[in-house]
Write a protein that binds this ligand. Structure first.
Ligand SMILES: NC(=O)c1ccc[n+]([C@@H]2O[C@H](COP(=O)([O-])OP(=O)(O)OC[C@H]3O[C@@H](n4cnc5c(N)ncnc54)[C@H](O)[C@@H]3O)[C@@H](O)[C@H]2O)c1
Length: 371
């Protein structure tokens, strides 16, 4: 198969969909990989690394879309790319269709085959191509929180690990899923006193077993949250209710109970946030202050660490990309239910129910295209 890797042109997106190592794995299996000039540069992968494994560099995005049977990307195509996509071309990338109607309509019109990273799903209902980015965001949440606790950037002036003779900082993590677990692990590693809250008791039991002694678990409830916020230095929001807006666990009135300079990091901001006063921010301007409380609410946290994010993402996507390239999308999706669930739009038909429902579009059973 001919695989094309265009440069990401969405604002501030520095990741690339395939590492040189990933390109090699595809090339070894007889496929041809075309990479746009400098597509990997911001992730730390210059053209020469791709060329050294046998990939070919193309000068323009038009050339990549023109030649490829499968386009591998990171973010959804933006408007200037819509016209480059061809009928029957397979697009393997994040789409998040339900959040943007013009994208959905454009992909219906161009009759491409859209396989969305975010809906590839394992039998245990986990989302293997979302997990790596949650891992990155979770670890970053603690790193950013520790930074914004510094006084010159309006934080409380607390070193999370403390020093001998001085108590460590206190961290509250709301939600003990992928993001929350990674955030708690990082905070515990720095020496902070960490509390993880969740409503899933099985999850709390598991975390209680595997976390170090400086991490405790509490059931997530308003009473327990109100009890703890006055003594916390850093609060990390990492709650997810699949398919719904995150609940506001930290409400505006709670800010007055926090100490000045407390830092709130709402990782769940991309799902509406679990801290009422959080509004999406960017890496250029990541924080704002309300009532002396520092808010960090960057909606695409992994974008700030493109090397780590690119490698983590491609570790997860590569086995699926190889299967798609080896078998073609139809056979691969017929034989692998995880990939089948990634299909969202096929040749003008919306085959993913939630996307059809989001925009009142006709839903077509994916089997129409697989058999
Ligand atoms: N900002 C970013 O850059 C970025 C990056 C990756 C993920 N995210 C977001 O982070 C959020 C968390 O993702 P995840 O992968 O950890 O999800 P996850 O499903 O692994 O974990 C969510 C956890 O929240 C818990 N929960 C639900 N209701 C709760 C409540 N009332 N109180 C406490 N816990 C509750 C669930 O039981 C679950 O354990 C999502 O909104 C995701 O989209 C943001």
């Amino acid at each position: 198969m001919i695989i094309g890797v265009p440069i990401e042109i969405k604002n501030n997106e520095n990741r690339v969909a395939l590492t040189p190592g990933g390109a090699l794995e595809l090339i070894k299996r007889g496929h041809t990989v075309y990479v746009q000039d400098n597509a990997g540069f911001n992730s730390g992968f210059p053209n020469e690394l791709y060329e050294s494994v046998g990939a070919k560099i193309l000068p323009t995005i038009e050339a990549v879309y023109d030649i490829a049977e499968m386009i591998m990307k990171v973010k959804e195509p933006i408007e200037s790319e819509y016209k480059l996509i061809k009928e029957d071309q397979l697009l393997f990338t994040y789409f998040h269709f339900a959040s943007y109607e013009p994208l959905t309509k454009a992909m219906i019109e161009n009759r491409s085959v859209c396989l969305a990273y975010e809906t590839v799903e394992k039998a245990d209902r986990s989302l293997p191509l979302l997990i790596p980015m949650s891992e990155v965001a979770g670890r970053m949440a603690t790193q950013q929180g520790a930074k914004y606790l510094e006084k010159p950037i309006k934080g409380k002036g607390v070193l999370l690990g403390g020093v001998p003779g001085v108590s460590p900082g206190r961290v509250l993590v709301l939600g003990g899923g992928v993001v929350g677990t990674q955030a708690a692990k990082m905070a515990a590693g720095l020496g902070a006193q960490v509390t993880i809250m969740d409503i899933n008791l099985d999850r709390l039991r598991y975390l209680n077993d595997v976390m170090p002694a400086n991490v405790v678990t509490r059931y997530s409830s308003e009473v327990n949250i109100r009890e703890l916020i006055p003594i916390m230095d850093l609060i990390i929001g990492a709650v997810l209710i699949p398919g719904a807006k995150a609940p506001n666990l930290i409400t505006r009135d709670m800010l007055k109970d926090m100490q000045k300079g407390t830092v709130l990091v709402d990782v769940a901001v991309d799902q509406g946030g679990c801290i009422e006063t959080c509004k999406p921010t960017t890496h250029e301007n990541p924080t704002f202050i309300i009532d002396d409380i520092v808010h960090y609410c960057v909606a695409n946290m992994p974008g700030a660490v493109p090397y780590t994010s690119t490698v983590a993402l491609t570790n997860a996507t590569l086995p699926y990309a190889i299967e798609l390239a080896n078998k073609g999308w139809k056979k691969a999706c017929n034989e692998n239910r995880e990939l089948e669930l990634g299909l969202n739009v096929i040749k003008g038909d919306v085959v993913y129910k939630a996307v059809a429902e989001a925009f009142d579009l006709p839903y077509v059973d994916v089997k129409k295209h697989l058999n």
